[in-house]
Design a protein around this ligand. Structure first.
Ligand SMILES: [Fe+2]
Ligand SMILES: [Fe+2]
Length: 253
């Protein structure tokens, strides 16, 4: 089986998915997806993950773009399965690192010290030119991290949602697309109930994403949403009670 999946390819623009086991995760069955956009030979790497997968991802990525041509590396939030390898990527590339202003000061704990290479995102997000198209950094705060962003590629119309839409699924899991949302919901429920902030923040994100109208939503764990499953997922998330809505379950009298 290939160690990648092409999600979009057109006009010198490619969106590639990688999916590896992250051995630092407590649950070894939790898949970790990484993504790479290549536009006219320039690379944009998304949530590269932990130290444990650095070597494997480096090799896989270098089949699609010259490592020295990776110009941007995005971190949706601060977690180790997202940003643990930032130190290694900083010495092996000359890329800029894009992240929430909340997490910059924490990155030295992953062995990253080159703060002048960070492009800081303020809470309301940003849009940057990438070739002749745009990358949008969409606020996704408290879903689950307090400083958290989704990433929308205007060319492919693919939304990278980070931990939003993450499914806890057992192998074989790699590179799959949701086939039946009703059946898939059971793999989403516990993760979202516990890790996501509240229904209020789910609604804020869903209304932003409905404005954007992505054709595909790709999470950091689990399966891809496309076609009618994009809307079914947004409908589900919009109605979900989670996080502080369920606080009484976590504190017993
Ligand atoms: Fe996370
Ligand atoms: Fe994650």
């Amino acid at each position: 089986m290939d160690n990648y999946k092409i999600l979009y390819e057109d006009d010198g623009h490619k969106y590639i998915m990688f999916s590896f086991d992250d051995e630092t995760h407590e649950n070894s069955f939790l898949s970790v997806n990484q993504y790479l956009i290549v536009k006219h030979g320039v690379g944009f790497l998304i949530d590269p993950g932990s130290e444990a997968i650095f070597d494997e991802l480096y090799d896989a990525v270098s089949e699609h773009v010259a490592i020295e041509n990776i110009k941007y590396i995005f971190f949706s939030h601060q977690d180790p399965d997202v940003a643990g390898s930032i130190g290694q990527w900083s010495v092996s590339t000359s890329a800029k690192f894009i992240m929430s202003s909340l997490w910059v000061r924490f990155m030295s704990h992953y062995g990253f010290t080159q703060m002048d290479r960070v492009m800081v995102l303020s809470d309301k997000g940003a849009q940057m030119k990438f070739g002749e198209d745009y990358i949008k950094f969409v606020p996704a705060h408290f879903l689950h991290s307090p400083g958290n962003f989704s990433l929308y590629d205007t060319k492919s119309k693919i939304l990278f949602s980070g931990d939003i839409g993450a499914a806890i699924v057992t192998a074989p899991y790699n590179y799959k697309t949701v086939e039946n949302f009703e059946e898939h919901k059971v793999h989403l429920l516990e993760f979202h109930q516990r890790y996501m902030g509240s229904n209020k923040v789910c609604r804020a994100w869903v209304s932003e994403i409905r404005r954007i109208k992505p054709q595909m939503i790709v999470p950091q764990h689990g399966f891809i949403f496309e076609d009618e499953n994009v809307e079914l997922f947004l409908d589900w998330l919009e109605e979900l009670d989670c996080g502080s809505d369920l606080i009484e379950n976590l504190y017993s009298a």
